[in-house]
Design a protein around this ligand. Structure first.
Ligand SMILES: CC(C)(COP(=O)(O)OP(=O)(O)OC[C@H]1O[C@@H](n2cnc3c(N)ncnc32)[C@H](O)[C@@H]1OP(=O)(O)O)[C@@H](O)C(=O)NCCC(=O)NCCS
Length: 182
């Protein structure tokens, strides 16, 4: 469990899959800035059971244990290195309360504390100003625009790419160095 001040990130378990599938299939949860998905429970179970050391999936929980969102990290493999990327969403009723900023901050601390990576990146739809605000508040810098990067709802849309380097992060802001390495 990665513990923050108002939210915790808990590794996703098999028992979370029905709720996760409900969220993924709900365009309001994914929002207009993520491509709509159709995912069966079987597909989610298969993916979960297969496991993957290059990625991690977490449920964002409030302190009372209520499940309010999802955050993951995954690796984009390139011949000259690996790039760690983060994706996330909150259920609509829990947005705008600071939870997204805290969850992203926890994930950045966790990744720099537990993995030997130089940079972490996030890509987001150029129109997604709330997500960009969250990303910037956590200390990421905008690197540029990825033209026609996502295919969503019948059109190609531009994305902006942000990164935070280990030297910019410097030290954990929410977690402590006692976080379990994984
Ligand atoms: C993006 C998302 C995770 C942000 O989390 P959040 O908890 O809603 O954001 P926060 O409450 O931490 O807000 C961060 C900043 O954005 C601002 N903000 C939040 N909602 C806003 C809104 N609807 N309009 C304008 N600004 C808003 C906040 O005021 C805050 O800035 P401030 O500290 O200067 O006041 C969440 O809105 C979400 O799940 N959106 C849909 C899915 C999505 O876009 N995922 C990201 C894909 S890259």
């Amino acid at each position: 469990m990665l513990e923050g001040k108002t939210v915790n990130l808990r590794i996703m378990e098999k028992e979370d899959l029905p709720l996760f599938v409900e969220w993924i299939n709900n365009p309001e949860v994914l929002s207009e800035y993520n491509p709509p998905r159709q995912m069966s429970r079987t597909e989610a179970e298969r993916h979960h059971e297969k496991g993957n050391s290059e990625e991690g999936e977490f449920i964002i929980e409030k302190k009372d244990g209520s499940k309010i969102g999802y955050i993951c990290h995954f690796t984009l493999v390139h011949p000259a290195g690996k790039h760690l990327e983060i994706g996330y969403f909150l259920v609509p009723s829990e947005r705008g309360k600071g939870y997204g900023t805290e969850a992203l901050g926890i994930m950045v601390d966790y990744l720099f504390l537990s993995k030997d990576v130089m940079r972490i990146q996030v890509q987001t739809d150029v129109r997604n100003v709330v997500s960009q605000k969250v990303i910037e508040k956590v200390g990421f810098r905008r690197e540029g625009t990825l033209r026609k990067n996502f295919f969503m709802r019948g059109e190609w849309v531009d994305a902006c790419i942000y990164s935070i380097l280990r030297e910019e992060w410097k030290e954990p802001r929410i977690l402590t160095k006692k976080v379990p390495a994984k």
